[in-house]
Design a protein around this ligand. Structure first.
Ligand code: PLP
Length: 400
């Protein structure tokens, strides 16, 4: 063990003006769920993303939950989700009594595989066997156990995991072909771009997270964004207990308490002022690791697959091939831990999670291999050069 201070995976990093905005909220007594910080935070998010309508909410999970309700998801519906993700992508599907259908990743982006996506859609619609007959040679997963009542999935949720944009051209083309709305889970990807446009703005609805470990944080929070004014109006309505327009409290819908407070929005307002710097620092972390780990046998980093992809590099991740590197993911993690440095395995795919394993899934083995070999390295935007040298030292010793 070491007596040196702990280096965390992705700690909050305040910009400096957050407390000023919080103080303004106190001074004006805008303490609750309306106020100038909320308006300003929503406005700056909208401008940054180039999207018309934004509702800030209590969390990214709440935003996904509301997005699904707005798209009419209910009991018995199918929702196609990226299997390689954090559980918060999938949980809200189950809150609504719908069935998540999990789709594995493609090797380039680590995000939703468009080919498997189309297979999943066709199976849900009861047309899977037609396609299989047509396209011999393409490797198909085992047909999944879908219900005897074929129906079109109600939504598709790709994820921009670790900040890397998903292959949106192909995913959107398939979504359009079958006329299924896309909810983009951009929780990890504020600042990332696909073909020069911010992720979160390609689908019918996008969601963001401002949880403590994300690129910018409000301590906890999220947002639902859309160019459809009606979707965002509905999100606000549902997030504030679904009050009908009466002087008394009257309800004709089930509501939720999902709005962000004006205090919390003050933190977000301050964080927006440093968003670009935060993304630049995280991208610099990636470049540091790439430069210094280059040449290590059996170690690879996930490069941007082409000029269309611009990742915020929320977390830098490395793959450690146990057959080529002389070590493995877990040994490296423990060696870093021994130096008081936090690292973490990649997300364990949802189709391997005990709670989701009985749901249908389209699995190619890509995310399983990533989980087996992958490690998230410390990636905070406040890493000092001393911190980085300490991490590098500990890493390099693992490969001697
Ligand atoms: C963080 C995260 C969420 C959930 O956001 P919260 O604000 O923590 O509720 C959803 N999806 C992914 C991929 C995430 O990383």
């Amino acid at each position: 063990m070491t007596s040196e201070k702990r280096i965390y995976l992705s700690p909050p990093h305040m910009g400096g003006s957050e407390q000023k905005y919080i103080k303004k909220a106190f001074d004006s007594n805008w303490i609750s769920s309306v106020g100038p910080n909320i308006d300003a935070f929503e406005k700056s998010l909208g401008e940054n993303l180039g999207i018309q309508h934004v509702a800030v909410l209590s969390s990214g999970t709440a935003a996904i939950h509301l997005a699904l309700i707005i798209l009419g998801v209910g009991p018995g519906d199918y929702v196609i989700v990226q299997g390689f993700t954090f559980s918060a992508t999938v949980n809200p599907v189950v809150y609504l009594g719908a069935t998540p259908v999990m789709v594995d990743s493609e090797p380039d982006t680590w995000n939703m595989d468009p080919g498997l996506l189309e297979n999943a859609i066709l199976d849900c619609m009861g047309k899977g066997s037609e396609r299989r007959a047509q396209s011999s040679g393409h490797r198909h997963p085992e047909p999944c156990a879908l219900s005897p009542q074929p129906r079109k999935p109600k939504a598709i949720i790709p994820v921009h995991l670790y900040g890397m944009p998903a292959n949106m051209d192909k995913i959107l083309a398939i979504a359009r072909k079958y006329d299924i709305p896309v909810i983009e889970d951009a929780a990890e990807a504020i600042g990332s771009k696909y073909k020069n446009n911010p992720v979160g703005t390609f689908g019918e609805i996008g969601i963001l997270s401002f949880n403590g470990n994300k690129t910018i944080t409000t301590s906890g929070g999220g947002a639902l964004v859309s160019d459809n004014a009606e979707h965002v109006r509905k999100a606000r309505f549902l997030a504030t207990q679904a009050r009908d327009k009466f002087p008394h409290y009257q309800h004709s819908h089930i509501g939720y308490n999902y709005r962000m407070s004006n205090i919390i929005a003050g933190i977000g307002r301050g964080q927006m002022e440093v968003l670009e710097e935060r993304v630049a620092a995280r991208r610099a972390n990636f470049e540091f690791y790439k430069k210094n780990l280059k040449g290590l046998k059996g170690v690879t980093l996930n490069e941007e697959p082409g000029r269309e992809y611009y990742s915020n590099r929320w977390l830098t991740t490395i793959l450690i091939d146990p057959h080529k590197s002389g070590t493995d993911r877990e040994k490296v993690r423990l060696a870093l831990e021994d130096q008081n440095i936090e690292s973490r395995p990649l997300w364990k795919p949802m189709h391997f999670q005990p709670i989701f394993s009985s749901y249908p899934s389209y699995v190619s083995g890509v995310s399983e291999a990533l989980f087996d070999m992958g490690l998230c390295l410390p990636s905070g935007s406040d890493l000092s050069s001393d911190d980085k040298e300490r991490i590098l030292d500990a890493l390099l010793r693992c490969f001697k």
